[in-house]
Design a protein around this ligand. Structure first.
Ligand SMILES: [Zn+2]
Length: 158
């Protein structure tokens, strides 16, 4: 059986992540500075770009601060899952296509629906607290602006 993951290009997957999380250019996930330079590639994943921030002198890469960082599943698996979600496939159908456990796919789908940029721990909230439901569909609608907006609000306002 042909597995779709084997037909997907790693370079395109990382490019997709960059476009989703940084539609206006790379910014540092630690300090939000745009003063960022490329700093080589990941040792094991050659398409994974590393960066050095001149704002805070910290290093990060394409996946730092996203739900894809430190995952067992490959980025290709996540991107293909996202693609299937865009086609409105059910969790069961996606699990079959990816030859994965349905529970694992369910967990991935839930993560993706909340956006690819990881929520930072909430600081002190004052006044009216905004509910996150508004952003639930951002991830699987293929709406990078909405995803980015969520990332910004999590970092600045929350
Ligand atoms: Zn920085």
């Amino acid at each position: 059986m042909i597995n779709i993951r084997d037909l997907i290009d790693d370079a395109k997957c990382f490019q997709t992540v960059r476009e989703m999380r940084w539609p206006n250019g790379v910014t540092c996930p630690h300090c939000d500075s745009a003063s960022v330079v490329k700093d080589g590639r990941d040792d094991t994943q050659t398409e994974r770009q590393r960066y050095l921030c001149h704002g805070c002198q910290k290093r990060f890469d394409d996946l730092t601060g996203t739900i894809f960082a430190g995952r067992h599943e490959s980025l290709r698996t996540w991107i293909v899952c996202l693609y299937f979600m865009g086609l409105n496939l059910s969790t069961l159908q996606i699990a079959r296509e990816l030859d994965m456990n349905r529970g694992d796919v369910q967990a991935m789908v839930q993560q993706l629906r909340q956006g690819i940029v990881e929520r930072r721990p909430a600081v002190v909230l004052e006044g009216e607290v905004e509910c996150d439901e508004v952003y639930v569909v951002a991830g699987h609608k293929g709406n990078p602006d909405a995803v980015q907006k969520k990332g910004e609000s999590a970092g600045v306002d929350a």
